[in-house]
Ligand binder design. Structure first.
Ligand code: TYD
Length: 339
């Protein structure tokens, strides 16, 4: 293999969000000589609490700002002599994109004129019962969220082709782990079980997602940054398909025992609700390019990852209270009538 790219200074956008903050923790540990500048607007899903452990690190700096502010971004690139930009900043929640697509277009498309673009398998649309998404599967996004990510991926491709700008594009399956905002399936279920609230399962609960621990995703992004071929697309996935209802049952059962509740009592909270409009049936990733070209594969088994994640949420109830106050509460009450 040719020599790896070793940046001295990187800009991480959206570093206060779920995947971005996990990446910063990981990257500072594995790259002792690199500076990390975190540009984040601190919208509802971004929280500096996620970065408590690195705040005092002299190699780390936080800048509050908007990725659409090109003057600000240019100033940071010059001032900090940035070698690479790792772009996590995005609006990410499909249900929000259905009720309010505009902000997704602004942030995810206009905000993306960059670099190592961290994207999603959702750009490929939905699969039937068999088959996997590869890097050459045509883009067929079905939600305003995934269409905005596909638009950004195409801009990234255009920058490479038009300006010869070196870009990399990762497309990852569903992530889970610490610091995930509790509007997403796994942390929402954990949160509602603790509070003994109904567990809303969309439609028949048989939609399939391919789950990957966020730390394995961070390792994948680092591998692509260091050894990816510019212009390349890299699918990242856990080879770990689960039906939604099976995940919800698993989380219920694990929390029965952790919370000392009688067996089956959490499952009684499951409530089947109206399906999400345009709900993609199945996502599954073929990550063989990551494995063959970059030697990456996931470390976490799902059993260990989900167990650790549940424990993390139980141990970090203060964090949950903080992020679910205010604006999030208003949104949730509007969606679910305050349940
Ligand atoms: P989500 O975590 O929103 O991720 P994505 O839509 O990007 O895959 O949802 C994961 C799956 O769980 C998806 O099929 C929708 C379903 N889901 C529910 O059934 N209930 C819920 O409350 C949420 C948030 C999601």
């Amino acid at each position: 293999m040719t020599e790896s790219f070793t940046p001295a200074s990187v800009l991480v956008t959206g570093g206060a969000g779920f995947i971005g903050s996990n990446f910063i923790h990981h990257f500072l540990q594995t790259n002792p000589a690199c500076r990390v500048i975190n540009l984040d607007l601190l919208t509802y899903a971004g929280n500096l609490e996620n970065l408590k452990g690195v705040e005092g690190d002299p190699r780390y700096e936080f800048v509050r700002g908007d990725i659409c502010d090109s003057k600000l971004v240019a100033a940071i690139l010059f001032r900090e002599k940035i070698d690479a930009v790792i772009h996590f900043a995005a609006e990410s929640h499909v249900d929000r994109s259905i009720t309010g697509p505009e902000i997704f277009v602004r942030t995810n498309v206009l905000g993306t004129q960059v670099f190592l673009q961290v994207s999603t398998d959702e750009v490929y649309g939905s699969l039937g019962a068999s088959g996997l998404f590869t890097e050459t599967t045509p883009l067929a996004a079905n939600s305003p969220y995934s269409a905005s990510k596909a638009g950004a991926d195409l801009l990234v491709r255009a920058y490479q082709e038009t300006y010869g700008f070196p870009t990399l594009n990762t497309r990852c399956s569903n992530n889970y782990g610490p610091y995930q905002f509790p509007e997403k399936l796994i942390p929402l279920m954990i949160h509602n079980i603790i509070a003994e609230k109904p567990l809303p399962v969309y439609g028949d609960g048989l939609n399939v997602r391919d789950w990957l621990h966020v730390k394995d995703h961070s390792r994948a992004v680092e591998a692509v940054l260091k050894n990816g071929v510019p212009g390349g697309v890299y699918n990242v996935g856990g080879n770990n398909e689960w039906r939604n209802i099976d995940i919800v049952n698993l989380v219920c059962d694990m929390l029965d025992s952790k919370l000392g509740r009688s067996s089956g009592s959490n499952r009684a909270l499951i409530t089947f609700v109206k399906d999400r409009p345009g709900h993609d049936r199945r996502y599954a990733i073929d990550a063989s390019k990551m494995r063959n070209d970059l030697g990456w594969e996931p470390f976490y088994t799902f059993e260990r990852g989900i167990e650790e994640t549940i424990s993390w949420y139980l141990d970090n109830q203060e964090w949950v209270r903080e992020v679910t106050s205010g604006a999030y509460r208003d949104y949730y009450e509007k969606m679910y009538g305050g349940r």
